[in-house]
Design a protein around this ligand. Structure first.
Ligand code: XUL
Ligand code: CO
Length: 438
């Protein structure tokens, strides 16, 4: 059965195409800087936004019109799997991502829930085998169920911690079975609402204990995927512990987890933290921790996680620039943690959303590659820091200089700064590349 009969396989038709169901920039086999676009971009579909969520929000009831409407329980879960693999095929996307609860319904006990999960996981495994589609990452939903109201790994209740641990254990078994290339932890409610009732030190220690248990269990069962933490500053809690890349890295280093984890950076989480997307990618990259990306965007006028499909070419270009500087995403990819707007309720909107997201990043890749190739910013940056390559600057970076030696050097020397940072010039160059790169 075709769940999306109105759509054929989306093809690349080039910049001049007027077909809304065709790529204008994403040409999977086109080679950019020695790799195909498909290899660079490693797009993934988010199971939750595309197949599970219903359009409900705090003010409105479910309203999405979906070909699996009318089914429930495991039957619904099965229909969604069938539809999902048709969608991946038609979109030409090779990867997908899910939370455990996206793919199968919960039962009354964890044992029952795991049984439901097993049914759907074996179905997914068969579909993966026949289609060649791959799991970029899976994760556990430890934020929706009422038991996680105070957090999961950071819950004040030991039974909730135990439940979370068992859920992670099962998640890792699923990851192993489906050959997940990464395994994600997003701390949905791992944070606090008020310090008046919170033992932050115990919560952070416990969170780290859970992560260490996950590493140990992965070793025990032979799961080799990359562990990722996905930072987010707030929502649903007022303050989340993995606030941004810098705080997640500090946490990982404090608890001796930095060799096992990298980060999954999401554009809309970056902006919620008051950073640009490229800032978060840059911070992770220079610490060797840029693992994967949740490609979406927020709305500058709204203060929450709107998870829109990425259409901002400026941001996508600067993101791809950081990714290229990282030597690519390695086992990571670009996961569309993005949903169509509530008013875009028809199935075909799911295709429009992915087409524009993929084209935005494909175009970003092309422009970023040219910026890298032409060393547009590198040359300027090298020149800007030239004073550290010789003389006193070299003494500073080599560790030879001391406060005393620097005082001796500078005490009688007048210091003025007259070299421009040339920001306007550099932004003009960026615009020129954005508009003119073929
Ligand atoms: C929530 C969010 C999650 C994670 C996975 O803001 O981004 O969907 O990507 O749990
Ligand atoms: Co995300």
């Amino acid at each position: 059965m075709a769940y999306f009969p109105e759509v054929k396989r989306i093809q690349y038709e080039g910049r001049k195409s007027t077909n809304p169901l065709a790529f204008k920039h994403y040409n999977p086999s086109e080679v950019v800087l020695g790799k195909t676009m498909e290899e660079h971009l490693r797009f993934a579909v988010s199971y939750w936004h595309t197949f599970t969520l219903s359009g409900s929000d705090p003010f409105g009831l479910p309203n999405m019109i979906r070909p699996w409407d009318g089914y429930s329980g495991l039957d619904l879960a099965k229909k969604r799997v069938e539809a999902a693999f048709e969608f991946f095929e038609k979109m030409g996307v090779n990867y997908f991502c899910f939370h455990d609860r996206d793919i199968a319904p919960e039962g009354d006990t964890l044992r029952e829930t795991n049984k439901n999960l097993d049914v759907i996981v074996s179905m997914i495994r068969e579909y993966m085998k026949s289609s060649g589609k791959k799991l970029l990452w899976n994760t556990q939903n430890m934020f929706s169920n009422p038991r996680f109201a105070h957090g999961a790994g950071t819950s004040p209740e030991a039974d909730v911690f135990a439940y979370a641990a068992a859920q992670v254990k099962k998640g890792l078994e699923v990851a192993l079975e489906l050959g997940a290339e990464n395994y994600v932890f997003w701390g949905g409610r791992e944070g606090y609402e008020t310090l008046l009732n919170t033992d932050m030190k115990l919560e952070l220690d416990n969170q780290a204990r859970l992560f260490h248990m996950a590493c140990d269990y992965a070793d025990e069962i032979g799961f080799k995927g990359q562990f990722l933490i996905e930072p987010k500053p707030k929502e649903p809690t007022k303050h989340q512990y993995d606030f941004d890349a810098a705080s997640a890295i500090a946490f990982l280093k404090t608890y001796d987890l930095d060799k096992r984890f990298k980060l999954n950076l999401e554009a809309n989480h970056a902006t919620l933290a008051g950073h640009t997307f490229e800032h978060e990618l840059y911070v992770s990259r220079i610490h060797g921790m840029l693992g994967s990306v949740d490609a979406n965007q927020g709305d500058p006028l709204l203060g929450w996680d709107t998870d829109e499909f990425p259409t901002d070419m400026y941001s996508a270009t600067l993101a791809m620039y950081q990714i290229l500087k990282n030597g690519g995403l390695h086992s990571g990819g670009l996961n569309f943690d993005a949903k169509v707007r509530r008013a875009s309720m028809t199935p075909i909107d799911l295709f429009y959303g992915h087409v524009v997201g993929m084209d935005t990043f494909a175009r970003g890749l092309k422009v970023a590659a040219k910026l890298v190739e032409d060393k547009v910013f590198d040359q300027f940056i090298e020149e800007r820091y030239k004073s550290y390559q010789s003389g006193i600057g070299q003494d500073i970076v080599s560790g030879k200089a001391t406060l005393k030696s620097l005082e001796d050097y500078i005490i009688d020397k007048p210091v003025t700064v007259t070299t421009s940072g040339r920001q306007e010039l550099l932004l003009a160059k960026l615009n020129q590349y954005l508009l003119e790169v073929e």
